[in-house]
Write a protein that binds this ligand. Structure first.
Ligand code: NDP
Length: 284
């Protein structure tokens, strides 16, 4: 799988695994841990989670799967990248310290590789950045970034103390939601900041999209694989589709190595038109 330079030049796998809706139902926990363990076995090395998902439940599932995979020798900690996110209402300098400590405890690790502000709230951004920088200095996080920030938020962030240390902006980006291509993505590319695409399958809708499936079939791909390969066509974009089923995990991993030709890209443009004007950032 190709890598994306992230978090101070580290090589991050372009494709990761999302965990939203994990950790909500205790009856599902065994299956969720098994899916994550299988994902590690297949080669996934980037996991996205958040304190919000299952109110800590998803982080616990990730922590258990990681611990079991480490014990089994499936993965080494240093090759796994864990991304988690802090609620905006916890994002004061002291709040992020406490929230990070709770996330570390649930994840069973001593460092979150990338820690994101989940979306912008009422707490002044500089306080959040001060908290993030302190966590970084203490080694509790490897890097920090934001999520759901539109262009004006990014410009403001960049002007703050340590604002240039922002490692990524995780946003909704899928073939069916391309607004970021107009201004936010070019701005991030100019600043050599990778974009982390969430809901790249549009919450599964693209996997069931008949016209996309018709385009994918002659290429030997599923609609989901075509949707993922399309998001990953750009050199500094990462994607974190969520999948709980093994065939989906396998499908998605294989998609990370697919190169699309110009004809296919044009056909996708015809199905999902690129933005012609600025659009407010779409969020899920
Ligand atoms: P996705 O676009 O990743 O779609 C997930 C759905 O697609 C699931 O129902 C999954 O099914 C299905 N699916 C996955 N792979 C395949 C496949 N190969 N074929 C068919 N169906 C497939 O949606 P999400 O909203 O979950 O986004 C991904 C991740 O992004 C989240 O889990 C979360 O980590 C992050 N996120 C971040 C947000 C933020 O505000 N920062 C907001 C939203 C998401 P199944 O599980 O049954 O395999």
């Amino acid at each position: 799988m190709h890598a994306v330079r992230c978090c101070g030049g580290e090589a991050w796998p372009a494709l990761g695994l999302g965990t939203w809706r994990f950790g909500e139902d205790p009856a599902q926990r065994g299956a969720e841990v098994a899916a994550l363990r299988a994902a590690f076995e297949m080669g996934f090395r980037l996991i996205d989670t958040a304190e919000m998902y299952g109110e800590g439940g998803a982080e616990r599932v990730v922590g258990q799967a990681l611990a079991e995979s480490l014990r089994a020798g499936t993965v080494r900690r240093e090759e796994v990248r864990i991304v988690s996110k802090v609620y905006p209402h916890h994002a004061s300098a002291e709040g992020v310290r406490q929230a990070c400590a709770r996330s570390l405890e649930r994840l069973g690790i001593d460092r979150i590789d990338l820690y994101l502000l989940h979306w912008r709230g009422d707490i002044p951004l500089q306080q959040t950045l001060d908290g993030f920088e302190r966590l970084k200095a203490e080694g509790k996080i490897g890097a920090w970034g934001v999520s759901n920030f539109d262009l004006d938020d990014m410009q403001e962030l960049r002007g703050l103390d340590a604002g240039h240390n922002c490692a990524t902006n995780q946003v909704y980006y899928a073939a069916s939601s391309r607004g970021v291509e107009f201004d936010l993505l070019p701005w991030m590319q100019r600043h050599a900041m990778p974009l982390m695409a969430y809901s790249p399958l549009d919450e599964g809708k693209l996997a069931r999209h008949a016209k996309l499936a018709a385009l994918a079939a002659p290429l030997g791909l599923s609609a989901a694989q075509l949707a993922l390969a399309w998001v990953l066509r750009l050199p500094n974009v990462l994607a974190i589709p969520k999948a709980g089923r093994l065939p989906h995990l396998r499908d998605n991993l294989a998609a990370a190595d697919v190169q699309l030709d110009a004809g296919t890209l044009a056909a996708i443009d015809a199905l999902f038109a690129p933005p012609q004007r600025r659009q407010p950032l779409a969020m899920i």
